[in-house]
Structure formats: structure tokens, C-alpha cells
Write a protein of this length. Structure first.
Length: 116
């Protein structure tokens, strides 16, 4: 059960690297759009608000409406649930959350943190 968490820098072709790696290893790619959709459903707000909040582009009203602790909790929960399924490559800002998760046989057999 492989889990690869991958972040990238601008202009590094990270999306292409992730796609090639996932194809070669037979993994499903989890990108921010999937995570944002699930968080929006859990919180009951439009997906666009979650996206702007996570990208640091939310308006003052949106930041006030979306509690930072609540957003963090739902994001962590969503990422961990996806990772627990295994055989995934988690790409983007959600991947950085997994840095704080210790290697645990109960959660995942393998955790690879890659930075492209």
C-alpha cells in the first residue's frame, strides 16, 4: 500500500512528473480539486470559497466565515482518509500535511515524501 506525497515548485513540471510516476507505479493521483470538493461538501460552502481560502485568496468575509481551525481539521481528515486507502499519489498543498504524520502501519505501509 504505497502513499506518495508530492509537492512542487513553480515551473518544474510537477504535474507531468506526478502523472508519469503515478502511471508507472499504478497509483491514483489525488490533487487539490478533489480535496477541495470533499471539504466544501463537509462544511456546506461553495467549493470556490474553499479554494480561495486554501490558496490564501479569500476575502475578509470568507476568512471570517471559514474558521481556520475547522478548515484545518477537515483538510487533515480528508487527506488522511485518502492516504489510508493507499496506492495514491497526493499532489499539491495537501501533501505537505502528511509530513507531520509518523510512519504507521495502521495508517499506511509506506510514506514517501518527494519534493520536485
Amino acid at each position: 500500500m504505497a502513499v506518495i506525497a508530492m509537492t512542487r515548485e513553480m515551473a518544474t513540471r510537477g504535474s507531468e512528473v506526478a502523472a508519469g510516476l503515478a502511471e508507472r507505479l499504478g497509483l491514483s493521483i489525488i490533487h487539490h480539486e478533489i480535496v477541495e470538493h470533499e471539504i466544501a461538501e463537509r462544511i456546506g460552502v461553495p467549493e470556490s470559497e474553499v479554494h480561495r481560502f486554501l490558496e490564501g485568496e479569500a476575502s475578509l468575509l470568507e476568512r471570517w466565515k471559514l474558521d481556520r481551525k475547522r478548515m484545518s481539521r477537515y483538510t487533515a481528515q480528508e487527506i488522511l482518509e485518502l492516504a489510508a486507502k493507499g496506492n495514491v499519489l497526493i499532489r499539491g498543498w495537501g501533501a505537505t500535511f502528511l509530513k507531520s504524520v509518523p510512519h504507521s502501519g495502521a495508517l499506511m505501509d509506506e510514506l514517501i515524501l518527494a519534493r520536485v
